[in-house]
Write a protein that binds this ligand. Structure first.
Ligand code: BGC
Length: 417
């Protein structure tokens, strides 16, 4: 090669390399999320790697805190400063609130091309669409009415998984007698409220619907609600003294390490057990909260795409499409502990708890017993959810009697709904 031809060749290489760099630079997403525990980070990595394989680079904006309250506060600050992230992990009514403000972009083109309408369950479409337009991409379906039990602790307590409230209390008593912290729990409002979802549901599907979905004052202020708070007090008696402020994944670790008997938590907890190398049926047992079999309180993590300028809609669409791919939905949810947000994903890769989660969801959907989780933003808008958090947590901490809690709950919800 002559010097001249070599120089020309090198210049050509440089041009190609430069355009590759700028294409690369354009294809990036900044993602705000609260997936910071070991299991959550492992699942997030599946998404990150999937996008990177498609040429989309990832700028991470993690904001710790289950249920996403802190993440939503950080989001508000970013949007107020005129600097919204590209994509945001969001739950239920929060998505609709941002859509109402006109802050979200439109995913109709990719949704239509990929036929989302026919594969995403209607209950999820209610939050992924606003005014008939797709505004977010659902990555999973979690549910909150689960209990995660240490297999060895259960065996030592008689070996039979509880199926009713009385059986649950008997197993918890036995675990306590055996010298364990019977119930692993972290004293944070959203964790208290997660148990409250299941406790309310355990008193009947009609009661959950009337109180948590319809916000019916008679159900909120009635005797069954007193009973729900009494059950919360009973559960509080099985929690250790150091529970205040403990993160949920540390509570999972207590069960994983055999220091505690069980945890009442959404199925993101399974991600922690799997990350620790534990196997369902062998090391831990997953059951529906006793008395809630046949019903499901769900929440779905969706990625809402903010209006961030035309130059960034390309990567947003790529991300939405990647999230909705059936192969990705399987790979991601196997690790996350949730189940797919599409109805056409095979269950082969899922463990027994995951398979059960998929069947339970489909059954609850067809029998009309699938309800949005209050604790995780799918039963009512944030103002109502926060009122529930406040009363449930004060009662759990012994500041209110059950009777007082019921009165405060009914009044607080009435004031904000
Ligand atoms: C989210 C889950 C998350 C959990 C704990 C829930 O609100 O839906 O994806 O794992 O909070 O952080």
């Amino acid at each position: 090669m002559t010097t001249f031809r070599a120089a020309k060749y090198l210049a050509g290489v440089a041009v190609v390399a430069l355009s590759a760099v700028s294409a690369q630079a354009e294809e990036s997403v900044e993602v705000l999320h609260w997936w910071t525990s070991g299991g959550e980070a492992a699942a997030l990595d599946v998404l990150k790697k999937d996008l990177e394989s498609k040429g989309v680079s990832w700028a991470d904006m993690p904001v710790a805190g289950g249920g996403g309250e802190q993440a939503m506060t950080a989001l508000r600050a970013r949007v107020t400063a005129g600097n919204a992230p590209t994509a945001v992990q969001m739950l239920g009514f929060d998505i609709l609130d941002w859509a109402k403000e006109g802050a979200l972009g439109n995913l109709n083109e990719v949704a239509a091309a990929e036929g989302w309408d026919s594969v995403v369950p209607t209950a999820l479409q209610g939050f992924g669409k606003y005014d008939g337009n797709w505004i977010s991409a659902p990555v999973n379906v979690h549910s909150t009415n689960w209990v995660w039990i240490s297999k060895s602790a259960l065996d030592a307590a008689g070996g039979k998984a509880p199926e009713s409230w009385d059986e649950l209390v008997a197993v918890l008593d036995k675990m306590q007698e055996n010298g364990l912290t019977a119930l692993a729990h972290g004293g944070q409002a959203w964790q208290d409220a997660t148990i409250f979802d299941a406790v309310v549901l355990s008193l009947g599907t009609d009661f959950y619907k009337a109180s948590m979905i319809d916000l019916d004052p008679a159900a909120l202020g009635g005797d069954q609600m007193v009973e729900a708070f009494d059950r919360m007090s009973k559960l509080r008696s099985y929690v250790d003294d150091n529970f205040s402020g403990r993160d949920w994944n540390l509570a999972s670790a207590m069960v994983i390490e055999g220091k505690a008997g069980m945890q009442m938590m959404g199925d993101w907890a399974k991600g922690e057990f799997l990350k620790a190398g534990q196997v369902p049926g062998q090391d831990f047992v997953c059951i529906r909260f006793p008395g809630t079999q046949g019903a499901v309180t769900f929440n779905s993590d969706q990625f809402a795409m903010f209006k961030v300028g035309d130059d960034r809609t390309g990567p947003q669409k790529l991300m939405a499409s990647a999230i909705m791919s059936p192969t990705f939905q399987s790979a991601f949810n196997v690790v996350k502990g949730s189940v797919p947000a599409r109805t056409d994903v095979p269950n082969d890769a899922f463990d027994d708890c995951g398979k059960k989660g998929m069947v339970d969801l489909a059954d609850a959907n067809s029998s009309g017993t699938l309800y949005g989780s209050m604790a995780h933003g799918h039963a009512a808008p944030a103002a109502v959810k926060n009122a529930v958090y406040d009363v449930v947590t004060r009662h759990f901490n012994g500041e209110l009697s059950s009777q007082e809690a019921v009165e405060e709950l009914a009044a607080a919800i009435d004031a904000v709904k």
